[in-house]
Ligand binder design. Structure first.
Ligand SMILES: Cc1cc2nc3c(=O)[nH]c(=O)nc-3n(C[C@H](O)[C@H](O)[C@H](O)COP(=O)(O)OP(=O)(O)OC[C@H]3O[C@@H](n4cnc5c(N)ncnc54)[C@H](O)[C@@H]3O)c2cc1C
Length: 544
């Protein structure tokens, strides 16, 4: 085993958070960083063409394609869990919706005792990361950051039909989902630049890769964090079949995402002592919360076929249109291939007395074929109803002591004792049905696919939800930040009781945000980078 290289910081995982950290920490030329990514470089062109998202959702090279175990609450079904496995991580395969969440999401983190994590604190970091093409107010949006955010130039026309339907029901239109309050309906902002996906690799990593103080190792899986005398001193990696150790002069930062960060901590001896011993892993630091508190956004579709070819979709009559759009994209990077498919939607409160929305509607102008798929032969449209404030919590466990084996992803959807989660989703479905049954859709609406028309009562709808629901891929919370016994990191994102080790990614969220999770992860990483730098300066001062 080779064992000689040393860097100030080792970052595990070149996903949304890892790319931001690699860029920000190497802004100081005197700081050295090595970034490890288990997957290959992001060379495939389908990563960069926005509509290529449909393929990336199931691409075995660039996607971990995990499966959960069968879940009795989902009629014994397994849940598909795509995760990015390339530079950019999940931001290289995601739906590109830019959604910060509701201000209460972050104020709640602060209320839980996490100093400096309220909405006003994080707003500075949302702004810092962003180059918004459409807003230049200086207060809510940023113009100087690396991440391009914009409205699509030409969303599918059915999005406007959707918004007409919404307005006909006297529902609120919202000018900007990203201004702290997100209740209402509108077109989403997206992370796309010049017709190409603006993944975090494209926005933050590639522009920094020519820095002499940054080394990026793709196809390099970290198998274990080395912990000596209560301190993380390096990592053991497997790259090209060879096992190597790399030394961290200052810190190891784990940014492997909400599924794999807890797995890596456990493989390294940090976690629930009982679970670790069960797999023959030596306990370096007992921390009961590692892997617990798993939260995700579960969803169910309301879906109609369409006799028109307006939706995205493949059919003989649509072939000339499709050919034209390929040409248009080739010439000008415009048209449907430059769009992200999930282009509009909204947030609603399904009952009075809530302090923020509990359901997100995502309008998708495609025929889905099967639940969980994005596109199939034919035309149609749907609303994906998403439970954005779930009460049920799951857990990441180990299937073995080997980094080659996937973790156990036990979501425990709909396990909350009051059954509030499934009831909320049922109310969301009823609302979505009203929208898609509005006269604005009369010209476009064919037969109902999901739920079938005969499914009407709450009991039938609950059954339908258990039959077809799937996640929209936002797992968070499995190394939560906090002060209680189940917290894994403190509010400076340091792993409790292990020196020189932080977790900075989606797993530190104590509670899930009201909306898609990429933008919050980016803000977390921006703030995390500032904390790492500040702590390094403080340590230098103390040593002087
Ligand atoms: C299909 C899909 C669609 C989505 N759509 C949207 C959307 O439209 N809008 C939105 O806001 N959010 C969306 N999300 C969620 C969003 O992309 C994620 O919340 C965010 O990217 C998570 O960032 P992260 O840094 O925590 O983890 P990731 O970006 O997943 O990064 C983790 C990285 O670590 C690597 N890694 C893991 N283990 C190791 C190891 N041991 N050694 C080395 N490397 C390792 C992984 O390969 C990966 O590259 C979507 C996610 C998916 C999967």
């Amino acid at each position: 085993m080779r064992d000689h290289e040393s860097f100030d910081y080792l970052i595990v995982g070149a996903g949304s958070a890892g790319c931001v950290l690699a860029n920000r920490l190497t802004e100081d030329a005197a700081t050295t960083v090595c970034l490890f990514e288990a997957g290959p470089r992001d060379k495939n062109m389908l990563i960069h063409i926005p509509a290529g998202f449909i393929r990336m959702m199931f691409h075995p090279t660039y996607n971990w394609m995990f499966m959960s175990p069968p879940d009795p609450n989902m009629k014994g079904r397994q849940t598909y869990v795509p995760r990015g496995k390339t530079l950019g991580g999940s931001s290289s395969i995601n739906g590109m919706i830019y959604m910060r969440g509701h201000r209460r999401d972050f104020d709640e983190w602060a209320d839980l005792g996490n100093a400096g994590w309220g909405y006003d604190d994080l707003l500075a970091y949302f702004r810092k990361s962003e180059h918004n093409e459409n807003y230049n107010d200086g207060k809510v949006h940023g113009r100087e950051g690396p991440l391009n955010v914009k409205y699509l130039d030409s969303p599918n026309p059915l999005n406007h039909v959707f918004l007409e339907a919404v307005e006909s029901l006297q529902k609120r239109r919202i000018p900007d989902f990203n201004a702290g309050e997100n209740e209402g309906f509108g077109i989403f902002q997206v992370t796309i630049k010049n017709g190409r996906r603006h993944s975090l690799a494209n926005a933050f990593l590639h522009p920094a890769e020519n820095r002499a103080n940054l080394k990026v190792l793709a196809n390099a899986q970290v198998r274990r964090i080395i912990i000596e005398d209560g301190r993380a001193t390096g990592v053991e990696i497997n790259a090209g079949g060879e096992t190597r150790r790399i030394h961290a002069a200052r810190e190891v930062i784990v940014s492997a995402g909400a599924i794999q960060s807890p797995q890596l901590l456990m493989l390294s001896g940090i976690g629930d002592g009982e679970e670790l011993r069960k797999h023959g892993i030596e306990v370096k630091r007992a921390l009961a919360g590692v892997g617990h508190n798993l939260q995700d956004h579960i969803s169910a579709p309301v879906h109609f076929m369409s006799p028109r070819i307006t939706s995205y979709g493949i059919s003989i009559p649509a072939l000339p249109k499709i050919a034209w759009h390929f040409l248009l994209y080739g010439i000008a990077r415009k048209g449907m291939l430059g769009n992200n498919i999930v282009e509009s939607g909204g947030f609603i409160r399904t009952r009075p007395g809530l302090d923020r929305p509990d359901v997100q509607h995502i309008f998708v102008p495609t025929h889905q074929g099967k639940p969980g798929r994005l596109l199939a032969w034919g035309h149609g449209f749907r609303i994906t109803c998403v439970l954005v404030r779930p009460k049920s919590k799951g857990r990441i466990g180990l299937s073995s002591a080997s980094a080659n084996d996937p973790p156990v992803i036990d979501f425990r959807f709909f396990s909350d004792p009051e059954g509030a989660d499934i009831d909320t989703l049922v109310r969301g479905i009823k609302d979505a049905r009203r929208i898609l049954m509005a006269p604005a859709f009369d010209y476009y609406r064919g037969p109902a696919v999901w739920p079938p028309e005969k499914v009407q009562s709450d009991e039938e709808l609950r059954d339908f939800v258990r039959e077809v629901s799937s996640t929209i891929f936002h797992p968070v919370g499995t190394c939560k930040m906090g002060k209680d016994d189940m917290a894994v990191v403190d509010d400076r994102l340091r792993v409790r009781g292990v020196a020189g080790l932080r977790v900075i990614d989606a797993s530190i969220m104590p509670t899930i945000t009201t909306g898609n999770t990429n933008a919050p992860v980016i803000a977390i990483a921006e703030k995390g980078a500032d904390m790492v730098k500040a702590d390094a300066r403080a340590a230098l001062r103390a040593a002087a």
